[in-house]
Design a protein around this ligand. Structure first.
Ligand code: GLU
Length: 486
């Protein structure tokens, strides 16, 4: 049988990095099979209030941006469509009818007020909240009477009162859950819309999903799902519950502590490759190899993929690590493709920087930045002359007189360069010569020149900066620094 996996996001907010992680595992699992499995995408929008088309579109766009593709989905259709649950209501109604006809489900007429009272009493008795089964006691006549009177009802799952649900999880082994701890889940709401549980099971069956690989928060739903498979007489898929992504303090990754939206990372100038590489490392630490940066990513993750290698400990979403990786992926680009990335990121070159200089600037900046968003601030000093004050130029190893002399000596040295000699190599020689003439080491005065020219001790490489700024502007900045020291 062909392996078929799916990711089934609910479009109720920003696209979550956890969705990308689950999608990548499902993709890699399917594609790692020698005969090539299928990976599909289904939209679970049973929550009519919170689901939006914008969110759905953002999820599809984000997963595409990351380089994932699916062979069936709401955007491309396929033989098992529709792939949006809100368009499958009639299908679910048919299956609910079947469950009711066989007594595997029952109509529940309890009002919200009664359910609230029931929960209140359970809380007081320190019992876990659960449906108490009142409507199960109604006779057929009673049910018919209430229905005829137009009383609204939901449909609930009938759950065994004895024994346990025993199932195998591909990562966790045998899991046993006593039926008496499983609630009589609502399968269909009063408005005729299904809940997640019913729609999920019906769709996984009809879409011929062989492996359900999803977050560990769904473990407690597994018995209800398996019960539905049994009632319908269907072969259940293999279940696998992945560890949740964690904050560095090991709590569940949440947007209160860390940005969790894929859009955030994209807007902040993270590369899709870096984010995917990072997720690949969370899946299997063998992917954590700096030698592999820059190599084709998805095929490598697929090639390395072994479901059993996923550590249950809980992968930590470590943003400094992701940021470091991002810098590495930027540096593996050619200058030309880095320039394309910048343009796609929405960066617009300031008019004051001539086109002829842009590639040079790009080439030096790409070695220093961590994200694309760092680029604009990193070159700002080229357009805006920095304000340098006396205190900026105070350095521990230099007296004020020495600083002044060093700056003057730099100015004199640069003045000897003709316009056609104005390149970073010769500029470097002049700066170093200026230091030697004063019996100083260049590294002791480099910081001074940096601050004078760029306004910061950690800008792009100094000699390139001076070349790009040109003679007039560079001398002007050095003179300003001398002034500041008067
Ligand atoms: N709609 C569920 C979610 O957003 C899918 C859970 C599952 O894969 O069964 O996580």
């Amino acid at each position: 049988m062909k392996v078929r996996t799916r990711v089934a996001p609910s479009p109720t907010g920003d696209p979550h990095v956890g969705t990308a992680y689950v999608a990548l595992v499902n993709y890699a699992f399917a594609k790692s099979h020698p005969d090539g499995g299928e990976f599909i995408l289904r939209i679970e929008d049973t929550d009519q209030v919170r689901s939006t088309r914008e969110s759905e579109q953002a999820i599809l766009d984000s997963l595409h941006w990351l380089g994932l593709s699916w062979s069936e989905g709401p955007d491309i259709g396929g033989p098992h469509g529709p792939y949006r649950q809100s368009e499958r209501t009639a299908i679910y109604q048919r299956y609910v009818g079947e469950l009711l006809a066989h007594g595997h489900a029952f109509k529940c007429f309890c009002t919200p007020e009664r359910l609230e009272e029931m929960r209140e009493a359970q809380r007081a008795a320190k019992e876990p909240p659960h449906y108490d089964g009142l409507c199960l006691t109604y006779t057929q006549e009673e049910v018919a009477r209430r229905e005829a009177a137009g009383e609204p009802f939901v449909v609930r799952l009938r759950v065994p009162t004895e024994g346990a649900c025993v199932f195998e999880d591909a990562l966790r082994g045998t899991i046993t859950v006593e039926w008496k701890t499983v609630d009589m889940q609502v399968l269909m709401k009063a408005d005729g819309f299904p809940t997640y549980h019913l729609a999920n099971v019906v769709d996984d069956h009809l879409m011929e999903i062989t492996h359900v690989i999803r977050g560990e928060e769904w473990i407690s739903s597994a018995p209800k799902h398996l019960l539905l498979y049994r009632y319908f007489g269907w072969e259940p898929p293999q279940l696998c519950h992945l560890p949740l992504l964690r904050n560095p303090d090991r709590t569940k990754l949440s947007k209160r502590k860390n940005p969790t939206s894929i859009l955030y990372y994209r807007e902040r100038g993270y590369l899709a490759d870096a984010l995917m590489d990072f997720l690949g490392i969370l899946i299997d630490s063998r992917n954590d190899d700096p030698q592999l940066i820059g190599s084709p990513l998805l095929s490598r993750i697929v090639e390395h993929f072994v479901l059993g290698n996923i550590a249950l400990g809980g992968p930590v979403f470590d943003i400094p690590k992701l940021t470091w990786l991002n810098g590495q992926w930027i540096r593996h680009r050619t200058v030309a493709s880095f320039m394309e990335l910048l343009a796609a990121f929405g960066f617009v070159w300031p008019a004051a920087i001539p086109a002829s200089q842009r590639e040079h600037i790009g080439s030096i900046a790409m070695s220093r930045i961590e994200t694309l968003a760092d680029f604009a601030p990193s070159i700002d000093f080229l357009v805006n002359r920095p304000e340098v004050a006396r205190r900026d130029l105070e350095l521990p190893k230099l007296t004020e007189d020495e600083a002044r002399s060093a700056l003057r000596s730099g100015i004199d040295a640069l003045l000897t360069l003709e316009d056609d000699q104005w390149d970073q190599a010769q500029i470097g020689e002049k700066f170093k010569g200026a230091a030697v003439a004063l019996d100083m080491k260049f590294k002791d005065v480099a910081r001074l020149f940096y601050i004078a020219i760029t306004g910061s001790p950690t800008a792009l490489p100094l000699f390139d900066d001076v070349e790009i700024l040109g003679k007039h502007e560079s001398l002007r900045r050095l003179e300003n620094a001398v002034e500041a020291l008067h």
